[in-house]
Design a protein around this ligand. Structure first.
Ligand code: FE2
Length: 676
C-alpha cells in the first residue's frame, strides 16, 4: 500500500548557508528504500534560515528509518552554491518521528548520508548496514584529517600548512573570519601610521606606551598602568593573572635559593620569622627552572636574554600575597644577588620585571599554547578521526572543538612558526620556544590538568582571594556532574567502556599524539572504567573551555602596559645590586616595534570574539534523546547559579587590597571551545 512520509528540512541561519542547487532525498528503512525524491516547493527552497516541509511517497512502508541520503545536484544556475543543512526530521505515516542532525556543509554536487540521531556506541548497533556506516565514516575522516609533526617531542597537529587547505566544516564562519581579518589588518595599519611598528629604538618615556592602544583600554589595563610597581598587584597576578598555576606552597627554602630570615624580616613584620611562616604554610614560591638554559633569540638583529628566576612570596596578615625575595638564576652566588623590596626602587622593579618576563614565556608556551591550544587540537583530531557522528562522545565533544583547527593553523602560520611573530619578537625565538614546549610536554601529567588535583599538589587549595581557584572549582564540579550524567546514561558498567573499541582508539590516539606515549603522564592508552572515562572527559571539556578562557582572556588587560608583561629582555640579568636605573631599564625592556607588534597580537587574541557560543550552550542539537537534553538544561542552570555567585563576589571586592574583579571564569564569557 502506498504511503507518504513527511520531511522537514532546516537550513543553517548564518550568512551563505542557503543554496539554489537542487536537493533530493532517499529514505532508507529496515524494510527498503524510498525512490529518490526531489524536494521542491513553490518558490525558492533552502534559503538561509528556512524550515520547509516536503513529502516523499513510497509504494510500501519502509519500517524503521535508519538512514537518509541527501543528493545535491545542478539546478538552473551555472554555478553550484554550498549548502549548510542543520537538521532533517522524517515523520512516518504512523506518526513516528526520526531526527537526523546534519550540521555540515555540502559543497559542489554530492550525496551525503546521514544516520538517525540516536546516540549509539558500537555495541548498540545491530544492523550490518549501520555497523558498516560507522566504519566508513571514520575511514573517510581519517583520510581527510591527517596528522603531522609540528616539532619533535611536542603534541602532533593537523597536517595542513594554511587555512586554505582546511575542510569547510572546521573553518571560521564568515562572520568570525571577517572580524578576525578586520581586527588584524586595522591594528597593523594604525601602528604603521603612528610610525611605531618600524622603530627599533627604546621608549623615550614609559608614559608613551599608553598611547599605543589608548582607545582600547579596559578597567584592568588602566589599573595595571597605574599600579604596575605595586608589590600587591605583582603578587595578585600569581593568583588571578594570566599564569595562575605557577605558585606552590614552600615548606622548605630550596638550597639553590638561600633566602635568610635577616633578608625578609622587615617584609614579614614583627613577631614572626621566616621559619615560623614556613611552618604556618604562609610562604609560597614561583620557580621558573623550566627556562634554565633555554637558548635566547635574536630580535631586531640583537641578542636577547632569558632568565630562570625564583620568587619567594608571603601571605601577609592582610591576606595579600606579597613578594619577599627574587633571585634571577638557578645558581646562587655572588653573581646572582637576591633582590629584596628594600633594595633601591629600580633594582627591585627590574627584578620583578624579569619575573614577569619569565612568566610571559611560561604562560605563552606552556600554560596557553601547549596546555590548552595544542592539547585541544589533539582532542579535536582524535574526536573527528576516531568517533563516528552517532557516537555519544562525538555528540558530546564536537561543540567543544569548534574553530580549534582553524585558530591553531593560523597560529602555526603566523605566530609560532620560524620567522613568525614569536620568533622575531620574544626573547626565546623559535628554537627556544620549541625547547620550552618539549620540556613542557615531558612534564605533562593528567593530575596537573585536573584542577582540583593540581591545586592540591601545589598546596594552594586554601589560598584566599584566589578567584581562579574558587570559580574554577565550581565550574569543574559542574562539568564533572554533567559528564557523569551523560556517561551513566550510555555506559552501564566498566565492561561497556572497555568494549567500546571506538572510544579505546580515541584514547590511544590522544595518548600517542598528545602525550607522546609517556607513561609518566599518568595516562594510559586504555580506558578501563567508567570512573576513568568520566575523569578524563571532565578534563577534556574543562581544558577546551574554562581553562583556555582563564589563561587567554586577560592577555590585553594585563599585557597592555608592556613593562608588566615584557616579551623580551635586551640586556642580561643584573649580577650586582645598585646598577639599575630608569635609563637602563628602558634599554632592557622591549623596544618600540616589539612592544607594538606583541601588543597588537595580545589585543587580537583577547578582544571579545565574534560568533561566541558560551560554555554549556549547544545551538546544534546533536543529541536527539530526552535524557541528554535534560542533562544539558541542568548543566546550563548550574552555570547560571555560578554566574550569580561570581556577580555577587565581584561586587564586594572593594576592600581586598587589589580591588579588581575577576571575570575570566565568568560562564557567559567562557567560550565552549578554543577558538582564539
Ligand atoms: Fe588562545
Amino acid at each position: 500500500m502506498a504511503v507518504t512520509y513527511k520531511v522537514r528540512v532546516t537550513t543553517g541561519n548564518f550568512i551563505r548557508s542557503g543554496t539554489r542547487d537542487s536537493i533530493s532525498i532517499t529514505l532508507v528503512g529496515t524494510e527498503g528504500e524510498s525512490p529518490k525524491t526531489t524536494l521542491d516547493n513553490w518558490g525558492v527552497d533552502f534559503f538561509t534560515g528556512s524550515v520547509s516541509d516536503y513529502e516523499v511517497s513510497c509504494e510500501h512502508d519502509l519500517g524503521e528509518i535508519v538512514l537518509l541520503r541527501l543528493h545535491k545536484e545542478g539546478a538552473i544556475e551555472l554555478f553550484t552554491t554550498n549548502w549548510y543543512c542543520n537538521f532533517i526530521t522524517v515523520t512516518s505515516p504512523k506518526g513516528a518521528a526520526y531526527h537526523f542532525p546534519c550540521y555540515q556543509w555540502m559543497e559542489g554536487y554530492q550525496t551525503l548520508e546521514l544516520r538517525e540521531g540516536t546516540a549509539k556506541t558500537p555495541a548498540m548497533d545491530t544492523l550490518p548496514l549501520l555497523k558498516d556506516f560507522r566504519i566508513g565514516e571514520v575511514r573517510k575522516r581519517q583520510s581527510n584529517y591527517g596528522w603531522k609533526i609540528f616539532a619533535e617531542g611536542v603534541p602532533h597537529c593537523l597536517d595542513v600548512s594554511s587555512i586554505v587547505e582546511l575542510e569547510k566544516d572546521v573553518k571560521f564562519s564568515t562572520v568570525k573570519a571577517a572580524l578576525f581579518a578586520t581586527r588584524s589588518t586595522s591594528k597593523k595599519i594604525e601602528l604603521k601610521l603612528k610610525g611605531y611598528s618600524d622603530s627599533q629604538k627604546s621608549w623615550e618615556n614609559l608614559e608613551d606606551i599608553k598611547k599605543v592602544f589608548w582607545f582600547n583600554k579596559s578597567d584592568l589595563s588602566v589599573y595595571v598602568t597605574e599600579h604596575w610597581k605595586d608589590d600587591a598587584l605583582f603578587g595578585w597576578q600569581f593568583l588571578n593573572g594570566l599564569n595562575p598555576r605557577m605558585i606552590q606552597r614552600c615548606t622548605k627554602i630550596p638550597s639553590n635559593f638561600p633566602v635568610t630570615n635577616e633578608m625578609v624580616a622587615k617584609s614579614l613584620g614583627e613577631g614572626t620569622t621566616l621559619e615560623k611562616e614556613l611552618e604556618k604554610g604562609n610562604i609560597f614560591i614561583a620557580d621558573y627552572k623550566l627556562l634554565d638554559g633555554v637558548p635566547a633569540g635574536v630580535n631586531n638583529e640583537r641578542q636577547q636574554y632569558v632568565a630562570a628566576p625564583l620568587c619567594l612570596l608571603h601571605l601577609s596578615k592582610q591576606k595579600l600575597l606579597m613578594p619577599l625575595a627574587i633571585q634571577l638564576s638557578q645558581i646562587p652566588g655572588p653573581q646572582s644577588p637576591i633582590f629584596l623590596p628594600s633594595d633601591s626602587e629600580w633594582d627591585w622593579i627590574l627584578a620583578k620585571t624579569w619575573v614577569r618576563n619569565a612568566d610571559f614565556h611560561v604562560h605563552q608556551a606552556i600554560t596557553h599554547l601547549l596546555r590548552t591550544h595544542l592539547l585541544a587540537e589533539v582532542f579535536t583530531m582524535a574526536t573527528i578521526r576516531q568517533l563516528p557522528t552517532c557516537h555519544p562522545l562525538y555528540k558530546l565533544l564536537i561543540p567543544h572543538t569548534r574553530y580549534t583547527l582553524h585558530i591553531n593553523t593560523v597560529a602555526r602560520e603566523n605566530l609560532v612558526s620560524q620567522g613568525g611573530v614569536f620568533d622575531k619578537h620574544t626573547g626565546v625565538g623559535f628554537k627556544g620556544l620549541v625547547e620550552v614546549l618539549q620540556r613542557g610536554t615531558q612534564a605533562l601529567t593528567l593530575t596537573s590538568l585536573c584542577l582540583p588535583e593540581d591545586l592540591e599538589a601545589r598546596g594552594v587549595s586554601s589560598l584566599p582571594h584566589y578567584y581562579y581557584k574558587d570559580d574554577g572549582l565550581k565550574i569543574w564540579a559542574t562539568v564533572k556532574s554533567f559528564i557523569s550524567g551523560m556517561i551513566d546514561f550510555y555506559y552501564q558498567n566498566d565492561s561497556s567502556v572497555k568494549e567500546d573499541w571506538e572510544l579505546q582508539k580515541w584514547m590511544e590516539e590522544i595518548f600517542k599524539k598528545g602525550f607522546m606515549s609517556q607513561k609518566s603522564s599518568g595516562i594510559s592508552s586504555l580506558l578501563s572504567s567508567v570512573q576513568e572515562l568520566k575523569k578524563f572527559l571532565t578534563m577534556v571539556l574543562y581544558t577546551c573551555s574554562a581553562q583556555h578562557s582563564a589563561v587567554n582572556s586577560g592577555q590585553f588587560d594585563l599585557g597592555a602596559w608592556m613593562p608588566n608583561f615584557p616579551s623580551s629582555m635586551r640586556k642580561p640579568p643584573p649580577t650586582t645590586k645598585g646598577t639599575a636605573n630608569l635609563e637602563n631599564y628602558k634599554d632592557t625592556i622591549p623596544e618600540i616595534n616589539t612592544t607594538c607588534i606583541i601588543l597588537s597580537v595580545l589585543w587580537l587574541l583577547s578582544a571579545p570574539p565574534g560568533d561566541l557560543i558560551p560554555l554549556g550552550n549547544y545551538p546544534d542539537q546533536h543529541f536527539t534523546e530526552e535524557a541528554p537534553k535534560k542533562l544539558i538544561l541542568a548543566f546550563q542552570e548550574e552555570l547560571k547559579k555560578i554566574s550569580k555567585e561570581i556577580d555577587k563576589r565581584n561586587e564586594s571586592l572593594g576592600n581586598t587590597g587589589v580591588p579588581l574583579t575577576y571575570e575570566y571564569l565568568y560562564p557567559p564569557k567562557i567560550e565552549n571551545s578554543v577558538s582564539i
